[in-house]
Design a protein. Structure first.
Length: 569
């Protein structure tokens, strides 16, 4: 980016320097962190996480970026704050001992900061300046600013002192977070801090349908672009994690590598190769059709390649899944023991949709799996509408495909009618869709599997009978009868009938073969007899010819003898 100088050589603009927070996701949506050497206002109602965000900012600054920090608290005492954040793995006492952090609790008494009736923060500046200089602090937190101006009704003095405070902090060159309570119709109680801050972050803790969700929004950021959406964030044992889904851009990489589903007959239906790596797969069907078995078989095949799998279960516990899959010949416990298969089981009502999304995002980042399974997504309806679930799944698919992670969803179809309501509207979003349906015939309930779609590959358009056995899953070749596709006992009867027909045909052919063989033997015997008779006649003829020749020879000799005798006489 360059600046127009009216015909002179353009000078490249210097980007705004930023201080990375080290908070997962926050640096991404702020484009690198908070404005360096400038104040940032973090505001919101009670319990939304303002103090935690600010303490994590100074702690990670000290540990990860070598920037000592000062935390000046106007409400909590130092030992209280140390105890409160210990559950998050932050040892504030150790950081203070290493001169990387200084916590200063300031008790505000208006009479102590008034001189001759005038409100003056000079004493605070001296105290804060000493704390900064004592450890060479680069980061400062003031928590919370309302206590500085409690009971002050003169807005002119308040505005002047507020600007003076912000100017003093800028002059010190420290990156500052100032926390403030949300006011009535304003971001803060005074409604002034947001105007003099260079960056304003609004935190919200909302409850809908008895489910709480924490959200974050960057209200403004002077001199920098930033994400403008609301972003869910999670507070857990590792601190704060923000889901930085700023847009659903369709520019993620794709792979042409194919991976097996774990069911060889299903792979044959998918161009003999299986699914694309990094693709999204939906398995939908009515209750009891084997959707979870397909997902578990896919997970097993992934682990057999020594690749990791994350399995999010919303109906069954991991112990139930492991036990149940043993009945079809799958030993998932060995993969769990090796660390290749990781279960996360919880009722959807544990968190809101956004919090489930953040939890999945965080675990994928930590474990780097090759496969993610959500079983089933239908249960998410209990914490959101169909459109909200669809929006959440769109964001999840976009994120996982960007990470080249294959994802499989299972969805409960409530009726036998295929529509977007039953599969939560994701059938048009996924790359492959398998539908398992009930086929009722001859008083039996059997299963049929369809490949509804599979982008980028040839796939079978046939219905296959889906059979769950004690040694795995199988797809049976199609058998057609007068009434259509035959399954179950009707298929077995057809197979027996065909086998009987083959046996009868084989028997008939064998009988004809034996008759022909007998006729061949009789004919050959007659031929041999005629041949012997012919040879006998031929011998007789030959004998006559020999005798005739002998008589002729004797007769000729006799003639010669008679002739000589006559001459001698």
């Amino acid at each position: 980016m360059t600046q127009d100088t009216g015909g002179k050589a353009a000078t490249p603009l210097t980007p705004l320097p930023k201080s990375p927070t080290g908070i997962n996701g926050l640096d991404e949506i702020t484009g690198g962190g908070l404005p360096k050497g400038r104040p940032t206002l973090v505001c919101g109602s009670a319990g939304c996480g303002k103090t935690l965000l600010s303490i994590e900012f100074v702690v990670r600054g000290a540990l990860e970026f070598g920037e000592p920090g000062v935390f000046m608290a106007f409400e909590e005492k130092g030992d209280e704050l140390t105890t409160n954040v210990a559950s998050l793995g932050f040892d504030l006492a150790d950081l203070q001992a290493r001169k990387l952090l200084k916590i200063d609790h300031v008790h505000i008494d208006r009479s102590e900061i008034e001189e001759t009736g005038e409100y003056d923060l000079e004493g605070l500046f001296i105290r804060l300046g000493y704390a900064i200089d004592s450890i060479g602090a680069k980061r400062v937190v003031l928590d919370t600013i309302e206590n500085l101006f409690s009971g002050l009704s003169n807005m002119a003095v308040l505005r002047a002192e507020l600007r003076r405070l912000f100017t003093w902090l800028k002059d010190k060159g420290v990156t500052t977070i100032i926390t403030g309570e949300k006011g009535d119709g304003t971001l803060t109680r005074q409604g002034l801090e947001e105007y003099v801050s260079d960056c304003v972050i609004l935190l919200d803790h909302r409850v809908a349908n008895q489910i709480s969700t924490r959200m974050m929004r960057i209200i403004k950021y002077r001199g920098s672009t930033h994400g403008t959406n609301e972003y869910p964030f999670l507070i857990d044992k590792d601190g704060i994690s923000v889901l930085p889904v700023t847009s659903l851009t369709l520019d993620h990489p794709v792979s042409s590598e194919r991976i097996t589903s774990g069911i060889s007959s299903l792979d044959k239906m998918l161009d003999n190769k299986g699914f694309f790596r990094g693709s999204s797969i939906l398995v939908s069907g009515t209750a009891g059709t084997g959707k979870s078995s397909i997902a578990a078989t896919f997970a097993n095949a992934t682990c057999l390649r020594n690749e990791r799998c994350l399995y999010f279960a919303f109906e069954e516990s991991p112990q139930q899944i492991v036990r149940n899959m043993q009945s079809i010949g799958l030993d998932l416990q060995r993969h769990v023991d090796k660390g290749l298969l990781q279960f996360h089981a919880a009722r959807p009502t544990l968190n809101g949709l956004e919090m489930h999304l953040v939890a999945i995002y965080k675990l994928v980042k930590e474990t780097k799996p090759a496969l993610v399974i959500l079983d089933p997504i239908t249960n998410l309806i209990t914490v959101g509408s169909v459109s909200e679930v669809k929006s959440m799944l769109i964001r999840l698919i976009d994120f996982l495909q960007g990470q080249q992670v294959t994802v499989m969803f299972t969805a409960l179809t409530l009726t036998t009618v295929i529509n977007e309501q039953t599969d939560e509207g994701v059938s048009s979003l996924v790359d492959a869709w398998l539908l398992v349906r009930d086929i009722e015939n001859n008083g039996e309930r059997n299963r049929g599997l369809y490949v509804m779609k599979s982008r980028g590959m040839k796939h079978s358009n046939q219905v296959r009978e889906f059979v769950i056995t004690d040694h795995g899953l199988e797809l049976i070749d199609v058998y057609l009868g007068a009434e259509g596709v035959l399954t179950g006992s009707a298929r077995v009867a057809q197979q027996l009938q065909e086998a009987t027909g083959v046996a009868l045909r084989d028997h008939a052919v064998s009988r004809k073969d034996r008759e022909i063989e007998r006729k061949r033997t009789v004919l050959e015997s007659k031929i041999a007899s005629l041949k012997e008779e012919f040879e006998s006649v031929q011998d007789e003829l030959n004998k006559s010819y020999v005798e005739e020749d002998l008589r002729k020879e004797i007769l000729e000799k006799n003639r010669e003898q008679m002739t000589r005798t006559r001459h001698d006489e």
